[in-house]
Design a protein around this ligand. Structure first.
Ligand code: ADP
Ligand code: MG
Length: 362
């Protein structure tokens, strides 16, 4: 019998915008993507998840309820993507389900993604691989970013390439040229869209700045930008990873309060775009790589993309930028099934390669 090499990847990242579900077929040398769906979270689920990202009363109860609602949203996305591709549960080897990060504290040896893999397996009739990050953290790593191994597997070229994923947080992968003995490198550069979204929502009521049009009307405030860039995270040595524990709107409010001047909301938005741009460009300049391929929702922010050095969407390499991260978790599920490592120790700082994920059979 032919080995079933079809996996579903489910990704819901720090933007808390919704879930991307993608069917990935690894039966050729390349990855094929028969189908993708994006299902936005309902407003109540979004606020439920966002509320869990800071400590608060009753959080075990709330996390339990949110994880059940999340599994249902994931199962709905799986149903949709199966219908779209005319596939059935039996055609899928496993679902790789990242879950929703509610706390990332590798320095305290834990990272927590809420997820109900057992319920998802029950609702879909498909095996689920979940909890990808904790083994890397247990091995002394950051548990993040985990996408560099996949980026290297699909995007390696005859010249060195950089892949930047601009989700809520942005991460950077440096892929050496084919045949090179250099390792893959990577780290989180800092905020991607998360502050842009939060500020936009506060001032315009919209969940994100469509096309980056609002921010484009503002002027970068050099003093505020310098203050934001003075956060020690940006100068910290690798391995490093971050999240909304550090880069959140309270962090921005504190910087604005110290600045002590009235700033136009639109100028703050423009400055936040510059913050994302400068932190990514610093990584690009430091590595001197001319080819930068961008994925994640940040590709839709025109001014942001134009300001990044040599940036193009991963679409030019044949992969839809909104599918890359979900594909990575399909690939990581497959690595788990094949008893192959999913982390890159040079990226996460783990003691060595580790097989990532826990399996919930169908
Ligand atoms: N049309 C658009 N214009 C501007 N920004 C967009 C657009 N579409 C998506 N985004 C941004 O991308 C984010 C979602 O990106 P995504 O890659 O899903 O991040 P995550 O992995 O954190 O969920 C949104 O929150 C928003 O900031
Ligand atoms: Mg998303």
């Amino acid at each position: 019998m032919l080995l079933n090499e079809r996996y579903i990847g489910l990704m819901s990242g720090t933007s808390v915008d919704g879930v991307d579900a993608v069917v990935a077929d690894f039966s050729d040398d390349t990855v094929r993507t028969p189908g993708h769906v994006y299902v936005p979270f309902s407003a109540p689920l979004r606020s439920q998840l966002q509320a869990l990202m800071q400590s608060g009363p009753d959080e075990i109860e709330r996390a339990g309820d949110a994880s059940v609602a999340l599994a249902q949203a994931y199962a709905d996305a799986v149903t949709l993507v199966l219908a779209k591709t005319n596939l059935a549960a039996k055609d899928i080897a496993a679902i790789g389900s990242h879950g929703q990060t509610v706390r990332h504290r590798p320095e305290r040896r834990f990272t927590l993604q809420i997820n109900q893999p057992a319920l998802l397996a029950e609702l879909t009739g498909i095996a689920v691989v979940a909890d990808f990050r904790s083994r890397d953290v247990a091995a002394g790593g950051q548990g993040a970013p985990l996408v560099p191994a996949f980026h290297a597997a699909v995007f390696q070229g005859s010249e060195p390439r950089v892949v930047v994923n601009i989700g809520g947080i942005a991460n950077f992968t440096l892929i050496p040229a084919k045949g090179s003995t250099e390792p893959v490198r990577g780290f989180d550069t800092g905020p991607g869209n998360t502050l842009l979204d939060a500020w936009c929502e506060r001032h315009t009521g919209k969940a994100f700045d469509e096309g980056g049009a609002w921010g484009a009307q503002g002027r970068v405030d050099a003093a505020l930008l310098a203050r934001l860039l003075a956060d020690p995270y940006f100068a910290q040595a690798v391995p490093k990873s971050t999240g909304r524990e550090r880069f959140n709107v309270a962090w921005l409010d504190a910087a604005l309060a110290t600045e002590g001047r009235a700033l136009a909301a639109v100028d703050v938005q423009a400055t936040l775009v510059a913050l994302t741009v400068q932190s990514i460009n610093a990584a690009l300049s430091a590595h001197g790589v001319a080819n930068c391929f961008v994925c994640g929702g940040g590709v839709f922010n025109g001014p942001l993309m134009r300001a990044l050095l040599g940036a193009q969407s991963t679409a030019v390499l044949g992969v839809d930028p909104m599918q890359v991260e979900a594909l990575a978790f399909a690939w990581l599920a497959r690595q788990c099934f094949a008893s192959q490592p999913g982390n890159v120790p040079e990226v996460t700082g783990a003691k060595g390669p580790r097989i990532l994920g826990a399996v919930y059979p169908a």
